[in-house]
Ligand binder design. Structure first.
Ligand code: F6P
Length: 325
C-alpha cells in the first residue's frame, strides 16, 4: 500500500468532511500518499484529482457538504468508464480507494474492485437515509434528523397558533428512519413510513380523536417513500374525509442535507475515516467500515448492500402511537 485515493459520491451528507480529514491525516501519519478525487467517480474518469497534505483538511470539521464535491456518475457504470478510471489511478500510483457514500457508491465500488482487484476498496457509509446494513448509523443521519426536528418545532409553533393540521414530507428514500426518529423527537401525531403502511381510515380516526381530546394542532410526518405518494397526495385524501382542521403541507426537501455536522456525525466521520485507512493497512478490501453497538466493525460491501436493516426499533414503533394520544 503506498497511495490512497479518497472520494465522496452520491448525495452529500453532513460528516463527510470530518471523514475526509480523518482519512487524509491517518494516511499521512502512516507515511502513505493521499489523493483527493473531485466529484466522486467522475473525478476518476476526468482525472480530476490532487495530492492532499495535512493542511488540505484544516478547519473543515464544521463544514456541511463535501470539500471534494460529489456526483452521481453514469459513466462509471460502463466498462469503458471503469477502464479509464483504472488507468488514471494506475498512472498516479494509487493502489487503494476510500469511497464515502451510500448504496449507489458501494455498488460502483464493488463492481470496480471485482474487475480490478489490485485496487483495494473500503467504503464508509455516508448518507442521511441510514439505509445500509452492517452499521447502526450512517454519516449525516444524525444531523439530518436534528435539522428535521428543528423544523418540526418551528412548524408546531405556527400550527398551534392557528389550530392547524400539517403534513410534513421528509427525506429518506425508501427508509423511514429519519421520519420515525424526528417524529418521536417532535411529538408528531402520526408518522407514515414506507416500511409499514398506514391505513388512511385509521389516520383519520386518530386525528378526529385528537381533536376530541382537545389537541389544538396536529403534525403528520410523511416519509417520502410512503406508498400513498407525497405529502400533498396524503393531505388531499385526508382533507376529503376530515373537515375539522385547516390543512397545510410543507416539504422540507434538500435543507435536510445541509448544515454543520452534529458532534455525533463529526465523531462518527472521524472514527470511520480512521478505521478505513487502518483496514487498508491491514490488507482489507471490498469491505465497509461501520458502527455496531459502540464499536467499529467491518462488513462486506455485499452485506452492506443486501441487508436493509431499517433500524425501526420495536419500542419506537409502539411509542409512536402511544405517546401522541
Ligand atoms: O440519499 C439521500 C437523498 O437525500 C434521499 O433522501 C433522497 O431521496 C435523494 O437523496 C434525493 O436525491 P437528489 O439530491 O439527487 O435529488
Amino acid at each position: 500500500l503506498s497511495k490512497i485515493g479518497v472520494l465522496t459520491s452520491g448525495g452529500d451528507a453532513p460528516g463527510m468532511n470530518p471523514c475526509i480529514r480523518a482519512v487524509v491525516r491517518t494516511a499521512i501519519y502512516h507515511k502513505l500518499g493521499v489523493v483527493g478525487v473531485k466529484q466522486g467517480y467522475q473525478g476518476l474518469i476526468d482525472n480530476d484529482m490532487y495530492e492532499m497534505t495535512t493542511r488540505s483538511v484544516s478547519n473543515i470539521l464544521d463544514f456541511g457538504g463535501t470539500i471534494l464535491k460529489t456526483a452521481r456518475c453514469a459513466d462509471f457504470r460502463t466498462d469503458e468508464g471503469m477502464e479509464i478510471a483504472y488507468r488514471n489511478l494506475k498512472a498516479k500510483g494509487i493502489d487503494a480507494l476510500v469511497v464515502i457514500g451510500g448504496d449507489g457508491t458501494f455498488t460502483g465500488a464493488l463492481r470496480f474492485s471485482k474487475k480490478y482487484p489490485d485496487i483495494a476498496v473500503i467504503g464508509v457509509p455516508g448518507t442521511i437515509d441510514n439505509d445500509l446494513g452492517g452499521t447502526d448509523y450512517t454519516l449525516g443521519f444524525d444531523t439530518a434528523t436534528n435539522t428535521v426536528v428543528e423544523a418540526l418545532d418551528k412548524i408546531r409553533d405556527t400550527a398551534d397558533a392557528h389550530d392547524r393540521l400539517f403534513f410534513i414530507e421528509v427525506m429518506g428514500r425508501d427508509s423511514g428512519c429519519i421520519a420515525l426518529r424526528a417524529g418521536i423527537s417532535a411529538g408528531a401525531e402520526a408518522i407514515m413510513l414506507p416500511e409499514k403502511e398506514t391505513a388512511i381510515t385509521e389516520l383519520v380516526e386518530s386525528l378526529k380523536a385528537g381533536e376530541h381530546n382537545k389537541k389544538s394542532s396536529s403534525i403528520v410526518i410523511v416519509a417520502e417513500g410512503d406508498k400513498h405518494g407525497g405529502a400533498y397526495d396524503v393531505a388531499q385524501i385526508v382533507k376529503e374525509q376530515i373537515k375539522i382542521y385547516d390543512v397545510k403541507v410543507t416539504i422540507l426537501g434538500h435543507l435536510q442535507r445541509g448544515g454543520s455536522p452534529s458532534a455525533f456525525d463529526r465523531i462518527l466521520g472521524s472514527r470511520l475515516g480512521f478505521a478505513a485507512v487502518n483496514a487498508l493497512i491491514a490488507g482489507e478490501t471490498q469491505k465497509m467500515v461501520g458502527l455496531r453497538g459502540n464499536s467499529v466493525a467491518l462488513t462486506s460491501l455485499e452485506e452492506a448492500l443486501k441487508v436493509h436493516e431499517f433500524k425501526l426499533e420495536d419500542d419506537l414503533m409502539q411509542m409512536m402511537e402511544i405517546l401522541s394520544i
